[in-house]
Unconditional design. Structure first.
Length: 387
């Protein structure tokens, strides 16, 4: 039997009883066991927090009343989970939306009486069944992996990391983050299963800094950034005036500005799939039919054609094909001023393949066609062992 564990932060007894009845009905209909942790105020919430962290869903009333009858807000519950980075799917009953609420993951804003309790419970069940909480939840797989990496790996290296931190704490933390992620990748090395389209992208983009794999837009056309990361890392340069003299502050110190090493960023155009399909049909001299369309799409999807690289549509990105034959070079300042902010990013695992194919395309070396007809018959006779 399936099991669902919910926390209800609510001070109105009638609402509590109604929700309990809804759970009983849902249990009979779906054949599921539902356990409810009830908290009538913040004090009860704080006393049961360790148990609540392991819940599959949280329902919070924004207007709570303390035992002293003074007003307190369910926003404090939301802030607790947000500040402590605890992921639990949450429904908030409120009449207005506070900006702080939106910072909490998996949150839905609802008005009492407008949404059936059964619908709320069913949504919690769907989230749990998706496996999201098994990976990211309070007791999810990621937390287990992090625990294992710390005790089995990082803990045994701690003296080296303590020594590094004495020289530069911030750089050490960044290096330790990269090192930890590399250890987590070990859990995926033996995984041979097919990936989902969504894994190809980072969306919404976390960083706003232009880097390889960013997709930007200009005049309704999307472009993929291909410039190597080392050329795009911001570096400090001394500012100079029109005479080439270094600018200085009022204290006489040089003025520095941050800009990338490169003076141009390489962009590859992303062409709509429909246009690429038409090009392949014409190239193979084929008319449109379900059979020929499938044949051509297979070539595009499987990256058989050396000058295309297929990007599937996902989220708000319409996808298309990266055109290795349509490359644009723009100055960083022009990129910042004339192109949109980052729409989406191609994740590193997939970007590596795109960059490798792009390099092979421009590094390919053809040769003149050789006339083999003069000795073809001779070779056929030589290798025809049946004669």
């Amino acid at each position: 039997m399936n099991y669902l564990k919910l926390a209800l932060i609510e001070d109105d007894q009638t609402t509590i009883e109604t929700f309990e009845r809804s759970c009983k009905v849902f249990e009979r209909q779906v054949k599921i066991k539902i356990d409810i942790i009830k908290c009538r105020n913040l004090s009860e919430f704080e006393s049961k927090i360790l148990d609540i962290i392991g819940c599959d869903g949280l329902i919070v009333d924004m207007a709570l009343t303390q035992a002293s009858e003074s007003e307190e807000s369910g926003l404090q519950v939301i802030e607790y989970f947000s500040n402590n980075k605890i992921i639990i799917p949450t429904v908030v009953f409120t009449g207005t939306q506070d900006p702080v609420i939106s910072s909490h993951p998996f949150i839905d804003i609802m008005v009492k009486g407008e949404v059936a309790n059964e619908e709320i419970i069913d949504n919690f069940l769907k989230i749990k069944s998706s496996g999201i909480l098994d990976i990211l939840g309070g007791k999810g797989l990621l937390k287990e992996y992090m625990y294992n990496v710390f005790h089995n790996n990082i803990n045994k290296q701690k003296k080296r990391w303590i020594d590094h931190s004495g020289n530069n704490l911030e750089e050490t933390k960044k290096a330790l983050l990269r090192h930890t992620i590399n250890h987590l990748f070990q859990y995926l090395e033996e995984d041979s299963s097919k990936v989902f389209v969504e894994e190809m992208y980072i969306y919404p983009p976390i960083s706003k800094i232009i880097s390889p794999g960013c997709i930007v837009r200009k005049d309704k056309t999307d472009y993929l950034v291909l410039t190597p990361a080392c050329d795009l890392v911001p570096r400090a340069y001394k500012e100079k005036d029109e005479n080439g003299e270094v600018k200085k502050s009022s204290e006489g110190e040089p003025i520095f500005t941050m800009k990338p090493k490169t003076n141009c960023v390489l962009l590859a155009e992303i062409q709509p799939l429909e246009k690429s399909l038409q090009e392949v049909l014409e190239m193979d001299n084929l008319s449109r039919s379900p059979k020929t369309i499938k044949k051509c799409l297979d070539k595009i999807f499987k990256d058989v054609l050396e000058y295309y690289h297929f990007l599937p549509d996902a989220f708000d990105f319409k996808g298309g094909t990266v055109l290795f034959r349509s490359i644009t070079s723009v100055e960083p300042e022009k990129l910042a001023n004339e192109y949109s902010s980052i729409i989406i990013r191609v994740s590193p695992f997939f970007l590596n393949n795109i960059q490798a194919r792009f390099s092979r395309y421009y590094a390919r070396q053809g040769q003149p066609d050789i006339d083999y007809s003069s000795f073809m018959e001779e070779k056929i006779a030589m290798y025809n062992v049946n004669t």
